[in-house]
Design a protein around this ligand. Structure first.
Ligand code: UT7
Length: 323
């Protein structure tokens, strides 16, 4: 059978770092509160002239280098973002051109913090069906542009960044020891639209708006839904949680991440954590964490990696990948 094998990853973080102590100077918060409730100590913030496409391009170029391929080999680019450069065209179109990819197709997907899982799912389906051979999947965000910097319940939680993965369609025997994407699972439940949303938009207000969140509501759903969808991907692949080498969760809050790790009965050392330094970078958080664990030698060939994420909508999903 055809499987999508991840052949290279790359990431990019803007240079500017904003620490909790920096935030204390402008918002009624404390380092102790942020660390205790979220595990976050700092976040990266894009420069004024740095757009989501710039972050995406830098991550994609690094992923192509890691994969050892040129842009002419890509025939699909799927970019997940909730903070596009413009209302249209897709930010993916700009990245496609700047990469030098002049064929195939490129488009954005919008699944908020579950964006990378959604983009990976879309690309995996293109590759498995034979509609594309080599795909670039990107998660890129500039949440600093949609944060209300006077709202302490949200502005301390997010950061900017981008991550990317190159997928190649390869013929495999079709068993759980295959390399590549073994299972993807996605869900959404639009009844929770107002639990996490941006109070602007072209059709509703002709403004960009600011992120608004009922934190407790998101938290409650996150723990239950993420544990369930992680189990679904394992079941679909015919594997069990004790076979997982690395849990690479969406990095929103260390407490939510730990709750999932414990529900999966995994030792703490098997979870990749970057939320402390990156904060919540939405669709970029999983590939940013992947790159860190690949580059420091934790994720190795043959390892089983479970990723999961939930975002506004709610939309949530998981991906089980053999490295
Ligand atoms: O990618 C998915 C996106 N989002 C998430 O995953 C977020 C999910 N939710 C969460 O991570 C948590 O709900 C938060 C970190 C957002 C909040 O933690 P919490 O333990 O649910 O706190 P809370 O909202 O119940 O607030 C507790 C108190 C409140 O004060 P009172 O009413 O008890 O006096 C807040 O006003 O903490 C206060 N508070 C703050 N204090 C200092 C809220 N934000 C801050 C802050 N600094 N930044």
């Amino acid at each position: 059978m055809l499987r999508s094998r991840i052949i290279g990853c790359g990431s990019y973080l803007p240079e500017k770092v904003l620490t909790n102590d920096d935030l204390v100077k402008t918002v009624d918060t404390s380092n102790a509160w942020i660390v205790e409730r979220t595990g976050i100590t700092q976040r990266h913030i894009a420069a004024k002239d740095e757009l989501t496409s710039d972050l995406a391009l830098a991550a994609a170029e690094r992923a192509m280098k890691a994969a050892g391929i040129g842009a002419d080999e890509l025939d699909l680019l799927v970019l997940a973002t909730s903070t596009p450069d413009n209302t249209f065209p897709a930010t993916a179109a700009k990245v496609q051109a700047r990469l030098g990819m002049y064929h195939g197709t490129a488009f954005d997907v919008q699944a908020v913090c579950a964006g990378f899982i959604c983009a990976l799912t879309v690309a995996d389906n293109f590759l498995q069906s034979g509609q594309a051979k080599t795909a670039m999947v990107i998660g890129a965000e500039t949440y600093s542009r949609i944060l209300d910097w006077n709202d302490r319940t949200t502005c301390v939680l997010f950061g900017d960044g981008a991550g990317a993965a190159v997928l190649s369609a390869e013929e495999m025997p079709g068993n759980p020891s295959d390399q590549g994407v073994l299972a993807v699972r996605m869900h959404s439940d639009g009844r929770h639209y107002n639990a996490l949303y941006v109070d602007g938009g072209v059709s509703s207000s002709q403004t960009a708006g600011y992120l608004r969140m009922q934190g407790k509501e998101v938290y409650r759903h996150a723990v239950v839904n993420l544990a369930a969808v992680a189990g679904e991907a394992l079941d679909a692949a015919g594997l069990t949680s004790d076979e997982i080498d690395w849990l690479v969760p969406h990095q929103a809050n260390l407490r939510i991440m730990t709750a999932i790790q414990q529900r999966l009965d995994l030792p703490r050392e098997k979870m990749v954590v970057t939320v402390d330094r990156h904060a919540n970078t939405s669709s970029a958080s999983i590939p940013l964490a992947l790159v860190e664990a690949i580059e420091d030698g934790r994720i190795k060939t043959g390892n089983l990696v479970l990723m999961e994420a939930i975002g506004g909508g709610f939309v949530w999903g998981s991906a089980l990948v053999r490295w």
